[in-house]
Design a protein around this ligand. Sequence first.
Ligand code: ADP
Ligand code: MG
Length: 525
Amino acid sequence: MNDNQFATLGLKESIVKAISDLGFTKPSQIQEQSIPAALEGLDLIGQAQTGTGKTAAYTLPIITRMSDASGIKALILAPTRELAVQVNDEIQRLAKYEELETLAVYGGDSIDRQMRALRKGTVDIVVGTPGRMLDLIKRKCLHLESVEFLVLDEADEMLNMGFIDDIEEILSHTPAERQTLLFSATMPAPIAKLAKKYMKPDAKIISVKKSSMTVSKIEQSYFMINNKHRLEALCRLLDLDDPKSAIIFCRTKIGVDELVQELQSKSYMVEGMHGDMTQTHRQSTLNKFKKGTLSLLIATDVAARGIDVEGVTHVFNYDLPQDVESYVHRIGRTGRADKSGIAYSLVTPKDLSMLKQIQNVTKSSITQRPVPTAEAIHNKKFKDMVAKVEEAINAGELTKFIPSAIELAEANDPISIIAALMKIKFENESVFDYSSNNLDAPKKDDVRLFFSVGKRDGLTPKILINYIKDMTRVNTSVIGQIDLMENFSFVTVNETVSNQILDKCPGGKINSKRVNVEVANKRKR
Ligand code: ADP
Ligand code: MG
């Protein structure tokens, strides 16, 4: 007998053994709900966050139910090559006691090798990216008549990347009786439409939502900045809002230390908190913050995890966190106990995809706002000063200042005196020299990229686009003009994705020619 909790779900014993070998003892929520339904043969629409074990949720029932007919019996579509490889590895671990052959197919790797593997006719499960699958179908190497299970993994991501037509075409090559399993972190309308069109009417919908993902009382904004303006943008926001109680988040301990130093050198009263500080130090900082004698606290995600402070008015994401959950955690420090809160994020073009993911998962809107102008900050400070002066007049008790005031008034006109006093006061208060009124936003120019493949290598725009889609997560709408030369080519892309392409695209192969990618020229067009 096996006391692993997976044993009660109706899976084959050899599979339960493989699960135990992996150290899984308890099914995750999505697994607990998906596995029995999938074992019954139902189509499934599963919604759950990343990291909840969706791969096993579909793999386990598939390998339990798979027939021993010949041919490809399961086809799994994933948005990127990294995911395809990851899923393939996980399937191999879960199917280690089964006699199954799996193959990952994706762009950027030799298509010949993949074609040879498929031609042997012994592959049972194919995992891959839609572009490459379609290519292999067209080359008559990928035969889908025997497919019993079709999985769309990270369906929302595939749609975001513009794979919808490819997916529909692949689906049209598979038998209608297949069992279809769709998994997605979010369920936007196009996914529902796709599911309705291609899945059986009795498809089961399973949704595992995390309760902590609600952020409704918090007003969220982001500011699009150049990286070099990060500090100044933060200062401008601090100067304008003058938060009573704010936590400023940095990703790293070094980041916290640096920001503390920079802000302290500009006379902001801040203190930092991270894991390298002693417990007593952290506790004393936290006490000051709780009492309100310290209004700006700079912290790492880890250090802030346990912080439960009432009345935090602002959360600043000096840089965005690495994952959505941390974002939710961070901004949840404000807006507690039914109070409203403000969350500001400083974002560069590189962070846009993360920002989109945050919006999708939290189902909240994060509004873009301009960084405050120097003028707005000055006006705010002048207004505050006027208010303070009036307050002081009303409070009275000015007797001891009267003789000096009379002296000043005898020699100067009153407007000049007031203006001069304000100037002195303001120079004391103004900690950051805002030399320009507006902070320039990042340029969203196009970048021309050089690809080391050309017409001679059989390159067509479609092949090139599919290659970029396979290697990155960029939406093809950011791909502009394509110029194919004999030996190389140029692709104009939006600057927001050029780094991703430069990072991910070199090293693969197109029609067995190795791909190199560089910026074609530094000239912005
Ligand atoms: P998702 O596709 O939902 O993002 P994955 O399928 O990639 O999640 O799984 C995330 C990680 O959790 C993987 O390393 C996987 O091996 C592990 N995992 C999956 N199911 C379980 C389980 N029941 N218990 C422990 N770890 C699990
Ligand atoms: Mg997954």
